[in-house]
Ligand binder design. Structure first.
Ligand SMILES: Nc1ncnc2c1ncn2[C@@H]1O[C@H](COP(=O)(O)OP(=O)(O)OP(=O)(O)O)[C@@H](O)[C@H]1O
Length: 232
């Protein structure tokens, strides 16, 4: 089981706390010293021109990539103190992801896709199924639980991906262009959904988006340019 080794008390004020994050790929410095604090229950959007470093930052904050320099605390845990196995456990338990392309497993039903991270975290099958059904119901998908991704619409698939991201009650959900592949009706639904989840469950979201409307519905918008936060 994952034991939380180092707790940074100061960072409890923030759900996510990044200090002077840098990331280079060879000679290319993509992140040039990012300082970012994200509060519990906040919906934060990250916007900026293509190539500004938004996805790179999201991947690093989400523990999918490691920074070249700087430090990150999530939910009071300093990520640099975790080895790879602990990091993977931490990610599964405390972080949810929603991507532009939902990345559901095609051979499993909606219900099974949502249950998966809970089963990996060691939750019993009965509890995982109960919670998955509850979430799918909350997202208006009770009638689609036994469908496979290929039998679902784009908006439904994305809502299943949101349910999967929420199954372990994560500290924070990172979403990379979550509405990028949806039509305007489903984009609107997703925006409403994020706000409901924030209001009903105090869920924290960090969203990279080109969708100006989604950004304006956030509590805060952070603008990136050329590897730096220039506003927000
Ligand atoms: N693995 C990598 N190796 C080399 N360069 C990379 C790698 N990942 C990203 N980059 C470069 O880092 C820069 C920032 O990329 P990133 O995907 O973070 O930008 P972005 O702001 O999310 O852009 P977009 O809005 O187009 O998705 C780009 O110049 C990109 O080519």
């Amino acid at each position: 089981m994952f034991h939380e080794p180092v707790v940074n008390r100061l960072s409890y004020v923030f759900m996510v706390n990044g200090i002077n994050i840098t990331r280079s790929f060879g000679d290319l410095q993509v992140l040039k010293g990012i300082n970012i604090d994200i509060h519990a229950g906040e919906i934060l959007s990250i916007v900026g021109a293509s190539g500004a470093g938004k996805t790179t930052l999201l991947q690093i904050l989400g523990t999918l990539d490691k920074p070249t320099g700087g430090s990150i605390c999530i939910n009071g845990i300093d990520l640099s103190t975790l080895n790879d196995r602990q990091l993977a456990q931490f990610r599964n338990k405390h972080i949810g992801f929603v991507f532009q392309f939902h990345q559901l497993l095609p051979e499993f039903t909606a219900l099974e896709n949502v249950m998966m991270p809970a089963l990996i975290a060691g939750t019993s099958r009965t509890s995982a199924m109960a919670r998955s059904n509850e979430l799918l119901g909350f997202l208006g998908l009770s009638h689609r639980t036994h469908h496979k991704p290929s039998q679902l619409s784009g908006g439904e698939k994305q809502r299943v991906a949101v349910a999967r991201a929420l199954i372990n009650d994560p500290a924070v959900v990172f979403a990379d262009e979550p509405s990028g592949n949806l039509d305007s009706h489903n984009q609107e639904e997703l925006q409403v959904l994020f706000r409901r989840l924030r209001e009903d469950f105090h869920q924290t979201f960090v969203i990279v988006t080109h969708d100006a409307h989604l950004a304006t519905l956030s509590d805060r918008v952070v603008h990136m340019r050329d590897g730096l936060i220039v506003e927000g």
